[in-house]
Design a protein around this ligand. Structure first.
Ligand code: PNS
Length: 170
């Protein structure tokens, strides 16, 4: 059975992520969208909040499951019986770090390989970070995230009483 893992911060999920999820889901029997719990980053949303938003977005994709992990990605991938890591590539600037991560992961676990899907051109400019900046400055994220996610971002900003900080994440 072909099982794939699409890992990421998803802080929050964008239309670009969703495009990769839909395209990866047709290539495997089961796709795990794996939210990283990375204490070194300072995410806007908790792992639970990020997972919940993804769950809403993937309704209608029966072979996609949402999960979370911490520690080494390849260990998580193995624990799911998977051998494929899916990554989206947006621009040449993504390539260097993705190339390094793919090589490190293969060194750590040769049985696991990384498959890169090129972004759909329409989403090439999108990242969670840039959307956080747009929202924090009072802009509209229409066409970048779903209306639900945009609302959750605005609520978060209102709750914290301070503008959403632009954090470095994918
Ligand atoms: O959406 P992001 O922030 O670009 O996702 C990065 C992610 C989760 C894919 C990356 O941080 C990761 O693989 N984390 C797990 C730690 C790990 O396995 N490191 C060794 C390989 S570089």
């Amino acid at each position: 059975m072909k099982i794939g893992v699409y890992p990421g911060s998803f802080d929050p999920i964008t239309h670009g992520h969703l495009d990769i999820i839909k395209r990866a889901a047709v290539l495997v029997e089961t796709l795990y969208v794996a939210v990283v719990a990375n204490p070194n980053k300072n995410p806007l949303f908790s792992v639970e909040e990020r997972s919940e938003m993804i769950r809403r977005e993937i309704q209608g994709l029966p072979n996609v499951k949402v999960d979370s992990f911490h520690g080494l990605l390849v260990e998580y991938v193995k624990s799911k019986g998977a051998r494929i890591i899916f990554k989206g590539l947006r621009a040449i600037s993504d390539f260097e770090s993705e190339f390094q991560m793919a090589l490190v992961n293969r060194e750590l676990e040769p049985s696991v390989d990384t498959l890169f899907l090129m972004t759909s051109p329409h989403y090439a400019f999108l990242s969670s970070s840039v959307i956080k900046q747009v929202i924090s400055l009072g802009g509209e994220a229409k066409g970048m995230v779903s209306d639900f996610v945009a609302r959750r971002m605005k609520e978060k900003q209102a709750q914290s009483g301070t503008p959403i900080k632009k954090v470095k994440s994918g």
